[in-house]
Structures are given as structure tokens and as C-alpha cells.
Design a protein around this ligand. Structure first.
Ligand code: NAG
Ligand code: NAG
Ligand code: NAG
Ligand code: NAG
Length: 324
């Protein structure tokens, strides 16, 4: 890590214009590619959700994962009534085989999971250090698209070790909420910026046909753009999956995380892309959050007894493109 961080610094020092913002498509994850470029993780939920993550063979056999043409569908089981003493609801969590440092990722998403108790996320993380971040001295991740219980808008969030925060205002269209990115602060809420519109998450996102999340990570800033599907200012190269992108031509980002109060190069390392869907657990399952979102009763009981409530708990992803 030290070696690559230094290299990036030297490049930035010598040739800022060359670094500037033209990227080439390096990994184009579409349809069946997800069955080889990502792994299904049949793991225990580190966040204690009412979920049973299945492996790829099981997911494909049960059609919880459907990857063909230009479509990746990943969904939760929506027919089983669960034994409260048994495993949670079948669902899917996938992780990219490759790791990424500086890059641009484009998430072209048609539909995201919705429903009471659902806690979907598309994010980038180094799992070696998450969630046991307190054991380490640097690092971690950012959540691009995460939320719970259908509550909009989306908050774009960084979670790090101590010593990383963001300014209260910036050149962004979103609104900064928490400033301190330290996982030890405020129950690991992370520093975050709320998107300006509710179509950034959940039912309103889906009604609009989803949209595009784009994250640019450099050694000096992280930017996230969100565009709803038919927004007039989606860059054509983003919409079309062009072979190159020039982020300098993009409009003002939805969220800007600058390095003014955070040494981005040392706080972030090699990340996998992870897309997951859990239920309840440490965040979505807290009674104040679950009931506060208008969801009834106890989260785990709701998940156990109401399979039909999860008919729309699915991801429909057109592509995840990585540019470097
Ligand atoms: C799902 O994603 C969130 C990130 O938003 C993470 O905190 C959580 O641990 C993940 N849960 C599972 C079970 O993968
Ligand atoms: C599997 O899911 C896909 C996507 O929803 C659907 O088009 C297909 O018909 C399903 N296959 C079966 C065998 O149910
Ligand atoms: C977004 O949705 C929340 C509830 O989830 C609501 O309180 C808020 O008024 C909505 N904002 C806009 C701009 O419609
Ligand atoms: C804000 O960002 C946009 C897009 O990157 C840029 O065109 C504009 O000049 C920036 N404004 C300021 C005040 O830096």
C-alpha cells in the first residue's frame, strides 16, 4: 500500500493534467459476467440481519440470482414463511473478485430492493478491516447506495478510522449531514452527504426506473454523482457505457469528499465492490428505525411472517463498469 500510495502522489505532483480526468473502461460487468467476476458470499451476516446468504449454485438454482443478457437480478426469497428458530430469509451478497483503489465506478441500476426491513447496499470495502475497524489504525470504505426501510433520500457515506472528516459545505448538490467519518463516532454513522431528491433511493428510485450512481475515487477526493434514469444531464458516456469517461466534463457532484480534513490516500486502501441485501440487523432492525419508518411490529417477526412483503426486494442491475 505504501508503495502504491507514493506512486500516486508522484504522479499527482508531476503530471496533474495527465491525471485529470480521463479514464478507460477496465471492467465491464454485465449479465452473466457477474457469475465469474463476482463471488456469492454464503456468510453469516456481520450485521446480524434476519438473512440467510446462499452460495452461487443455490442462488442460481432458486433463481434468486438471474444473470443473462444485459440483466443481473438478485432477490430475496418471497415465498417462505420462516421458523423463528431457524435461519433467516434467503438472500444474496456478491463481492467483486478484483479490488480497486483509484478508479471510477458506474452503477447502472434499474431497480433496488424495497420493503420494510430491507437493508440493501452497493458499496466498496476492504473486508479484511471491516467491520472490526477498531482493531486497525487506518482505513475503510464508502457506501454509495445504502439505506434501510425505504427511507429516502440516499446518504453517501464514508466510514474510516479516526482523523478523517469532511467540511460542512462544499461544491456539491447534496447536503452534508455528519462531518466525522470515524467509525467510533455516533454509532458508526459515518460522514455523509444526503442526496437532494428522494428518487435517489427506494420506491421513488424504482418508480423512476432507477438511475446511475457514479463514484470517482482519486488520492485527493472522492466524488459521487447520482442521476435518476431520465435526468437530462446524465453524461452520454455514462448512459452508454462509453469506452472512456472524462469526469471533468461532468456537472457538480451530488457529494464531494475532499482531502482538506482527511488524508484520503492513507485512509482508503484496496476495495472490493459488494452488493448485498440483508434484513433487520444492527441498523434496519432497531425498533426506532424500523417503526420510525412506518413499519409494523418487530422487524425479525415481520420478515419471518410476510414473504409477500419482499416481492420487490430485488436488485435489477444493468451494469457495473469500472474505469481506471
Ligand atoms: C451490507 O452492507 C452494509 C453496508 O452498507 C454493511 O454494513 C453490512 O455489513 C452488509 N451486510 C451484510 C450482511 O453483508
Ligand atoms: C428467473 O428470473 C428471471 C428474472 O426475473 C425471469 O425472467 C425468469 O423467468 C425466471 N426463471 C424461472 C425459471 O422462473
Ligand atoms: C422525501 O421523503 C421523506 C420521507 O421518506 C419526506 O419526509 C420528505 O419530505 C421527502 N422529500 C421530498 C423533497 O419530497
Ligand atoms: C463546482 O464543480 C463544478 C463541476 O465540477 C465546476 O464546474 C465548478 O466550477 C465548481 N465550482 C466551484 C465554485 O468550484
Amino acid at each position: 500500500m505504501i508503495g502504491s500510495t507514493k506512486l500516486a502522489f508522484v504522479l499527482a505532483t508531476i503530471a496533474p493534467s495527465a491525471l485529470a480526468a480521463t479514464y478507460s473502461l477496465s471492467d465491464n460487468h454485465v449479465g452473466a459476467d457477474f457469475l465469474t467476476s463476482f463471488v456469492h458470499q454464503a456468510i453469516a451476516d456481520p450485521t446480524h440481519g434476519r438473512v440467510n446468504y446462499v452460495d452461487q449454485a443455490t442462488a442460481v438454482a432458486k433463481n434468486l440470482t438471474f444473470a443473462a443478457g444485459n440483466t443481473l437480478i438478485m432477490r430475496a426469497d418471497d415465498f417462505a414463511v420462516l421458523d423463528p428458530a431457524g435461519p433467516g430469509r434467503d438472500s444474496v451478497r456478491i463481492k467483486s473478485v478484483k479490488t480497486y483503489t483509484t478508479h471510477v465506478s458506474v452503477f447502472d441500476i434499474r431497480h433496488m430492493p424495497q420493503g420494510c426491513g430491507s437493508w440493501p447496499a452497493a458499496w466498496e470495502v476492504n473486508e479484511a478491516v471491516w467491520p472490526n475497524v477498531a482493531l486497525l489504525d487506518t482505513l475503510v470504505l464508502n457506501h454509495q447506495l445504502e439505506g434501510v426501510n425505504d427511507v429516502s433520500p440516499n446518504a453517501m457515506t464514508l466510514h474510516t478510522s479516526a482523523g478523517c472528516s469532511i467540511p460542512a459545505t462544499g461544491n456539491q448538490t447534496g447536503t452534508t449531514a455528519q462531518l466525522d467519518c470515524d467509525v467510533a463516532v455516533n454509532g458508526n454513522a459515518g460522514c455523509n452527504v444526503k442526496a437532494p431528491t428522494n428518487d435517489s433511493y427506494g420506491p421513488a428510485f424504482n418508480t423512476a426506473g432507477g438511475g446511475f450512481y457514479v463514484m470517482e475515487r482519486t488520492t485527493t477526493f472522492i466524488k459521487v454523482w447520482f442521476w435518476t434514469r431520465n435526468a437530462p444531464d446524465v453524461p452520454a458516456d455514462v448512459r452508454n457505457g462509453a469506452p472512456t469517461l472524462n469526469t471533468d466534463t461532468f456537472p457538480t457532484p451530488t457529494a464531494l469528499f475532499p482531502n482538506t480534513q482527511c488524508d484520503i490516500a492513507s485512509h482508503f486502501n484496496e476495495h472490493n465492490i459488494i452488493i448485498n441485501l440483508t434484513f433487520c440487523g444492527d441498523f434496519a432492525g432497531q425498533p426506532s428505525i424500523f417503526n420510525g419508518a412506518g413499519c409494523p411490529g418487530d422487524c425479525a417477526t415481520f420478515v419471518n411472517q410476510n414473504p409477500k412483503a419482499f416481492e420487490n426486494a430485488f436488485w435489477d442491475i444493468a451494469a457495473v463498469r469500472v474505469y481506471a
